[in-house]
Design a protein around this ligand. Structure first.
Ligand code: URA
Length: 216
């Protein structure tokens, strides 16, 4: 199932703080970090594992789980809004290698809700991604038209990773559908699917501009 809606009371409690226009910058950023950590653990629960046996300090055998893919993680930070989310993801994946992609989207001011945005990837630094071995997590808190995300997935797909995961906080119905229509194998982890976009491409009800709210 490539869409994982992480709608538990605690994640919804954090999301509510993020949505609230009265939440200040520091509280906003801290809660983004918290969600990053939770999304990381949710992704962990979907990585490949094997059953192993270990010996406890009492010399007894215990059957356990080895999530061997936990060390085969590359996190891509879609600048700048994803930075606090990545800080949280790194708590779940301390050994992850990290890359950054910076994209600008051309603001189209019109009355129509945009179907896609003009995206310019103007900076990228991506570590080595091993074909069929590495699991890539693309972090972007807001999936609006998904134009940025589709460009980033296309970049990452060139490396043929084992799996692609998206860690996001809110996806629009339209944006999530666009991603899954084009890339049905991509695993989207998000806390909410919001119904609408406005004419500037912002998600409604959403939480505003995630980068501005986290960084001022
Ligand atoms: N990016 C944001 O930060 N917020 C939105 O609502 C859409 C894109």
């Amino acid at each position: 199932m490539p869409l994982f809606l992480v709608e538990k009371p605690f994640t919804l409690y954090i999301l509510t703080k993020l949505r609230d226009a009265n939440t200040d910058q520091i509280t906003f950023r801290k809660n983004m970090v918290r969600l990053g950590r939770i999304l990381g653990y949710e992704i962990c629960n979907n990585l490949d594992f094997r059953i192993i046996e270990v010996t406890t300090p009492l010399g007894a055998k215990a059957v356990g789980v080895d999530i061997y893919d936990i060390d085969n993680i590359v996190i891509i930070n879609v600048l700048r809004a994803a930075t606090p989310l990545v800080e949280g993801l790194l708590k779940a994946f301390p050994a992850a290698r990290q890359g950054v992609i910076a994209a600008s989207r051309k603001e189209i001011v019109g009355r129509e809700v945009p179907k896609e945005m003009e995206i310019d990837i103007f900076y990228k630094k991506i570590p080595k991604i091993r074909k069929d071995i590495d699991n890539v997590i693309i972090a972007d808190p807001m999936i609006a038209t998904a134009s940025t995300m589709l460009n980033v997935i296309a970049e990452i797909n060139n490396f043929q990773p084992k799996n692609i995961y998206i860690a996001s906080v809110i996806g629009s119905e339209y944006g999530v559908k666009r991603i899954l229509d084009k890339y049905p194998d991509v695993n989207i982890f998000t806390v909410s699917i919001d119904p609408e976009l406005n004419n500037l491409g912002y998600i409604l009800p959403g939480l505003g501009d995630a980068g501005d709210r986290a960084f001022g």
